[in-house]
Design a protein around this ligand. Structure first.
Ligand code: NAP
Length: 519
């Protein structure tokens, strides 16, 4: 399929409804892109959920090799879309083709890594404690435990990663890997991309003869469709990537259901960066260049963009600040992925301009409809304490700098931070050892601690942690990226004194089974 129709996919069926339609916008021109997409109806939501419930037991019991094959078929299918997909993503987001290709590569690598995770079956974490009827004073029961899939998962993607955090992104791939049916609420900023990728998944499910309810995709511009999905009783978990506002709204909604369910929300982050004295003195200018480049990537539309930079005044701080200023304010304007992102950025700048801090805006000329100009903000530690807004994400190409009068001020700022996805420290010589309490304080606030680098760039591998304490994520115990992200979609079950025919094959120990666990 390469011709877009504005289709939902409801349990294997391509459905093009009539009625009022919304369109993707070309951020470069502001023009509407064909085709139109309709808001999913209540009846479609109901059918998608009923089909997911119906598919649940069989998909949970499917062979690991089947799920691996599904994930590899999806990766192959996405690559098979070739230019059609790359062009549509670029048209809907203004992301340059090279970036789209890189994101497609990451998405497919991720799908294939989750195919390996499915096949290896280690996520079940099987454990066997054999019984001992002779134990005194009481016999010990035979206890066997493994993880099982939670059930149908609803996935919300973010606008800034139309492939890697969207329809076939990490949430969908990890949920399918462990046998959870998925219903995707397509992001209204890239509905055409969502339709192309959704159709690849639909075809793969059909070709492998899996139950059609394993995957559905529904469009909607209002929050009503997503909210109805989160409220639906058959849904057992939610994967969300996006703004704090959206993530928090869905967490609250899920918590007030008669049966509350977990929402794994990956939200925004200011990604604090601390430049320690030796590093500032020795390579302050180079660090400033690096940080500005990282902050300006994709017009700051990365959840890992470095948005808050801290150092102790002196030690070459002036050259550092001057370079940051030159690089940030001298940068070109560039398009955001959607007019709403530009509007949000302008609102943020107006908010901070109303505070008693210095806000310098770049003056580059905007040419595209959604172009934004970088901004550099300077505040004191007292400003940060007085205005909590300054301690949170400024989504877009904006960076807040704070030159602290003393190391004690720097430490007290870090101690006052909320949770962030990442924290970065630049240090040379004895910087790290002589600032151990500061680094320990930063580590307590983040999911990933980076030394002498930049926070943008999230490697997809088992050791990655993409998450962090609230409000970076709703649950700091899990990562949204890497093989451990499957832990969000499973729960442990214990079988006590169950005969072999009541046990899942992975927990049987009689001859002929291939588990090698010992109790
Ligand atoms: P967004 O506006 O929050 O949209 C994400 C999804 O949230 C959409 O599908 C939207 O559904 C839903 N949503 C938003 N508000 C809602 C509400 N009040 N009720 C129900 N659903 C709601 O975010 P975005 O503009 O796509 O992405 C930008 C943000 O994502 C930035 O803050 C960025 O840092 C963050 N981000 C985080 C990560 C991460 O891994 N932590 C990765 C990428 C981006 P509807 O379709 O119903 O509007």
């Amino acid at each position: 399929m390469a011709v877009l129709e504005g289709a939902h996919f409801v349990a294997g069926r391509r459905e093009v409804a009539g009625g009022e339609r919304f369109h993707a916008i070309d951020p470069r021109t502001g023009a509407e892109l064909a085709p139109g997409f309709a808001e999913a109806s209540e009846e479609q939501i109901e059918r998608a959920c009923a089909a997911a419930a119906q598919a649940d037991a069989a998909f949970a019991a499917s062979a690991p090799t089947e799920r691996a094959e599904l994930l590899r078929a999806i990766a192959d299918g996405i690559e098979g879309l070739g230019e059609t997909l790359v062009d549509r993503v670029a048209a809907e987001t203004a992301l340059p083709p090279q970036r789209v290709l890189a994101e497609r590569g990451r998405t497919c690598t991720q799908l294939r890594q989750f195919a390996d995770v499915a096949e290896q079956d280690a996520w079940i974490e099987a454990s066997i404690d054999r019984g001992d009827p002779e134990r005194q004073p009481l016999p010990k029961p035979d206890l066997r435990r493994m993880n099982v899939p939670l059930g149908p998962v609803v996935v919300f993607g973010a606008s800034n990663f139309p492939l890697a955090y969207s329809v076939a992104g990490g949430d969908t791939a990890s949920a399918l890997a462990v046998g959870c049916p998925v219903i995707v609420k397509a992001h209204p900023a890239h509905p055409g991309t969502s339709e192309l990728v959704g159709d690849v998944i639909r075809v793969a499910v059909e070709r492998l003869d899996l139950s059609a309810g394993v995957f559905s995709l529904l469009h909607g511009r209002s929050h009503a469709t997503g909210a109805a999905l989160v409220r639906h009783p058959v849904v057992k978990a939610v994967g969300f990537t996006g703004s704090h506002l959206g993530g928090r709204a869905l967490c609250d909604l899920a918590a007030t259901r008669p049966e509350p369910i977990p929402v794994f929300a990956e939200m925004g982050s200011a990604n604090p960066v601390v430049v320690l004295p030796n590093a500032l003195r020795g390579r302050g200018v180079a660090i400033a260049e690096q940080l500005a480049a990282s902050s300006l990537l994709a017009q700051g539309q990365f959840c890992t963009s470095p948005g808050l930079v801290l150092w102790v005044d002196g030690h070459g701080g002036e050259a550092f600040r001057r370079t940051l200023r030159e690089r940030m304010l001298g940068a070109e304007a560039g398009p955001t992925v959607h007019p709403t992102i530009r509007a949000g950025y302008e609102r943020t700048l107006q908010e901070v301009e109303s505070l008693p801090i210095e806000v310098a805006r770049g003056t580059a000329k905007a040419s595209a409809a959604t172009d934004v100009c970088p901004a550099l903000l300077s505040a004191t530690p007292a400003d940060l304490f007085a205005n909590p807004r300054l301690r949170h994400e400024l989504y877009g190409p904006a960076m807040l700098t704070v030159a602290c009068p003393s190391a004690a001020d720097l430490l007290s700022i870090v101690e006052a931070l909320d949770g962030h996805l990442t924290g970065t420290v630049h240090g040379d010589g004895d910087d790290f050892t002589s600032h151990a309490p500061l680094i320990a304080a930063l580590r307590r606030k983040v999911g990933r601690l980076i030394a002498n680098g930049v926070p943008t760039g999230v490697e997809v591998c088992p050791s990655m942690v993409h998450g962090g304490p609230y409000p970076a994520a709703s649950d700091p115990r899990f990562s949204a990226v890497g093989s451990t992200s499957v832990r969000r979609w499973v729960r442990p079950v214990c079988w006590q004194d169950c005969p072999p025919d009541l046990l899942p094959p992975q927990l049987r120990t009689e001859p002929g089974t291939n588990n090698n666990l010992t109790g």
